[in-house]
Design a protein around this ligand. Structure first.
Ligand code: FAD
Ligand code: SF4
Length: 473
């Protein structure tokens, strides 16, 4: 097919259609509908196919983006899905939840004034369509090997590792303490960003590929790590990071103050088929005046969940300005459309309660940005005499997460960094290998809380490292 490389001059970037705000405010369904076929082809055709695809380099799994955009333009759905799976274990998930404005689309040459190609939406839609047409990964030509690997954690890092191992004939047995696979994809990211049916289908696909899941099994409690290490040829650790930061605010124990993840999990569980986990009861903020503290993806998910639960008002308070918010721009815009009010340059000082011990507000001080910290981000500094009380009847804390490595790791000679991440990207012989040669690690527990796509990239790298390790034995 002859390509018109000036297509982008005639065809503007158009995002997939969104459901109406009225619907979005009350339902937990994904907010984007698929693009009509003609629109998808036209959007894919906007790709310039530049000789040096920056999008590919900015994508942590280095997807073959221009090539599959061309296949999308030509309507070759199955071939596009095949190609996407050569570099990515969960392309339909990444198309939905990657912060594309900071990754592939942020690097698109057309992002300079013309509007980046809608890479993420096309990725999602092509894979969804391929599945709908019955396409499944074909492992019929794979020769089975003798080795078996225990994967601990069924989040994106663990799943990606198991996927690459299965495609290379290695038996992967994935352990997770939760009753469903997905990690934070299932028990974190709400269904209006990632429908739970996406992971249900993935579980079927991975199971058909020969991956075995042992769910509802907490390693270190229901089964010892020593048993796993002794009975498998290698172990991949992908336990994530779950120690919630709380800013050590006074008043955290007040009635009406909630940590973000239990709030999100409690809400998600009632929308899922399985028996709810009793440690995450539903937290309902209907009719409450909600203040969410934080500015990342977790905070965005909490404000939008609060809207859908029927909160009277929802405010997101963040200590830097909008340009320095870590949350995806797209999700901030979606939250605004749904009625969330953003208050920037505010530092919470204390949670204030009424005489019954119920939260009544958050004492705040205004901030201005000072010099940059070690990571180059400007530090917020308090403005003198600017304190005030922001009224609230519910406060959700979404300050982020720190590593919480289990104690048994060090007993098994797995070295940690000073702040608790597993060391697996250093001087070891094989990719993602820890200081114990038989144990590999990846995802948030190695990087610190990060992204789905970086966890996938490390899970895949670790599988390659494990295969090289087996070849050397
Ligand atoms: P996880 O996804 O955390 O998976 C770890 C798994 O290990 C869990 O299933 C856990 O149950 C299991 N586990 C832990 N300990 C044990 C044990 N002892 N025995 C058995 N199993 C165990 N990233 C994005 O790119 N886009 C987003 O929109 C986005 N939104 C987010 C929203 C929220 C609310 C949060 C909290 C994070 C979000 N992230 C987002 C970040 C992203 O979800 C994580 O970076 C990613 O899931 C990390 O993957 P992982 O596999 O390392 O860990
Ligand atoms: Fe973009 Fe994420 Fe897809 Fe890579 S995986 S192309 S960063 S949406």
């Amino acid at each position: 097919m002859n390509k018109n490389i000036y297509q982008f001059l005639d065809v503007q970037r158009i995002d997939p259609p969104k459901r109406s705000v009225e619907e979005r405010r009350i339902e937990f369904k994904e907010i984007y509908d698929p693009m009509p076929g003609v629109q998808l082809k036209g959007q894919a055709d906007r790709c310039l196919d530049c000789g040096n695809p920056y999008c590919e380099w900015q994508c942590p799994v280095h997807n073959y983006i221009p090539q599959w955009l061309e296949l999308a333009n030509e309507g070759r759905v199955i071939e596009a899905a095949e190609l996407m799976h050569k570099t990515n274990s969960l392309p339909e998930v990444c198309g939905r939840v990657c912060p594309q404005d900071r990754l592939c689309e942020g690097a698109c040459t057309l992002n300079d004034g013309f509007g980046a190609v809608t890479i993420g939406s096309i990725e999602k839609q092509m894979v969804d369509e391929a599945f709908k047409q019955g396409w499944r990964p074909d492992l019929s030509g794979v020769t089975q090997r003798q080795e078996r690997v225990a994967v601990i954690g069924a989040g994106p890092a663990g799943l990606a590792c198991a996927d690459v191992l299965a495609r290379n004939g290695v038996k992967a047995v994935v352990y997770d303490r939760y009753p469903e696979i997905g990690g934070l994809l299932t028990y974190g990211i709400p269904p209006f960003k990632l429908d739970k049916a996406v992971m249900t289908l993935r579980r079927e696909i991975f199971t058909d590929m020969g991956i075995e899941f042992k769910l509802g099994v907490e390693v270190g409690k229901d089964i010892s790590f020593a048993d796993l290490e002794a009975s498998y040829d290698a172990v991949f650790l992908a336990l994530g990071t779950y120690k919630a930061l709380d800013g050590k605010l006074k008043g955290l124990n007040a009635d009406g103050v909630y940590p973000a993840l239990p709030f999100l999990i409690g809400n998600t569980q009632r929308l899922m088929a399985h028996e709810p986990m009793s440690q995450y009861p539903l937290i309902d903020v209907k009719d409450e005046s909600v203040v969410v503290l934080g500015g990342g993806d977790t905070a965005m998910d909490c404000v939008r969940t609060s809207i859908r639960q029927g909160a009277k008002s929802v405010v997101c308070a963040y200590r830097r300005d909008e340009g320095n918010m870590p949350g995806s721009r797209k999700e901030v815009q979606n939250a605004r459309e749904e009625g969330v009010v953003f208050e920037f340059n505010l530092q919470p000082l204390e949670i204030v309660t009424d005489e019954t011990g119920k939260v009544s507000g958050v004492k705040m001080v205004r901030t201005e940005l000072g010099p940059a910290d070690d990571e180059g981000r400007r530090r917020p500094q308090a403005v003198a005499e600017s304190e005030f009380l922001m009224p609230a009847t519910a406060v959700i804390i979404a300050f982020g997460y720190q590593p919480n490595p289990p104690e048994w790791l060090q007993q098994h000679k797995v070295e940690l960094s000073n702040w608790g991440t597993v060391l697996a990207t250093g001087d070891t012989e094989f990719a993602m290998q820890t200081s114990n040669p038989k144990i590999f690690a990846g995802g948030d527990m190695v990087r610190g809380a990060d992204l789905v796509v970086t966890a996938i990239a490390e899970g895949r790298d670790a599988a390659e490292g494990i295969l090289d390790y087996f070849d050397r034995l």
